[in-house]
Design a protein. Structure first.
Length: 215
């Protein structure tokens, strides 16, 4: 059974991490070897970059510098984790990938499309997702989930989670624009439903788009 590369995208608080785990468990139960990872992260180098960026320490270098850091983390991640797993025909499920860089470091005042395209070619090469899920949730609902999460854990929000409503709204639209431009790769999932409902919708798309091809 050939391995596949699946990514989950979306704004803060939409439930990506939960659905990554749900899908991994479902595929594993069906006998597939699954590698679960995240971005930025997945390797020691990439995790260090994650801490630096999410801690707000990269703000002063601007969106181009921040995008370069993300590409550095991604190149290490692809080389050491994602590509080797796919070569072994494992399934890889990643919480965020290149689309997040386009959304968070792109935009009208961001790094610029040509710059991001060049970084992506260098960092990723031909290792591209077979399927991307965009979990879509109204910003007000997503921020309410974040607030409840941090109240329960007593933790602090990261650099991007602390942004204002306008920034979150712009990112939501940017994700929807990406999905509209790449319908063969992207599936928009309504994340307003229950965890079980979202998981069921995700797996139906996996069955239709990927499992039928490798059965």
């Amino acid at each position: 059974m050939a391995g596949k590369f699946i990514t989950f995208e979306g704004g803060e608080g939409v439930g990506k991490s939960t659905q990554v785990k749900r899908l991994a468990a479902r595929l594993s139960a069906e006998g597939r070897k699954v590698v679960v990872t995240r971005e930025p992260g997945g390797t020691p180098t990439a995790e260090a970059i994650r801490e630096f960026v999410l801690g707000g320490l990269a703000v002063e270098i601007g969106p181009r510098g921040e995008a370069l850091l993300m590409a550095t983390a991604r190149a290490d991640h692809v080389t050491k984790i994602i590509r080797p797993a796919l070569t072994k025909n494992d399934w890889v499920i990643c919480d965020r990938f290149s689309d997040s860089t386009r959304v968070y470091q792109g935009g009208p005042d961001g790094a610029g499309e040509a710059y991001l395209d060049a970084l992506d070619r260098l960092a990723v090469g031909d290792t591209r997702p077979d399927l991307t899920f965009l979990l879509d949730l109204p910003v007000a609902a997503a921020l309410a989930r974040l607030s409840a999460r941090y109240s329960a854990r007593g933790a602090a929000a990261d650099r991007f989670e602390r942004d204002g409503v306008a920034e979150h709204e712009a990112r939501r639209q940017a994700y929807l624009d990406i999905a509209a431009q790449a319908p063969n790769r992207c599936v928009v999932i309504d994340a307003t439903g229950s965890e079980d409902q979202v998981a069921a919708a995700v797996f139906e798309s996996v069955k239709a788009r990927l499992l039928a091809a490798v059965a």
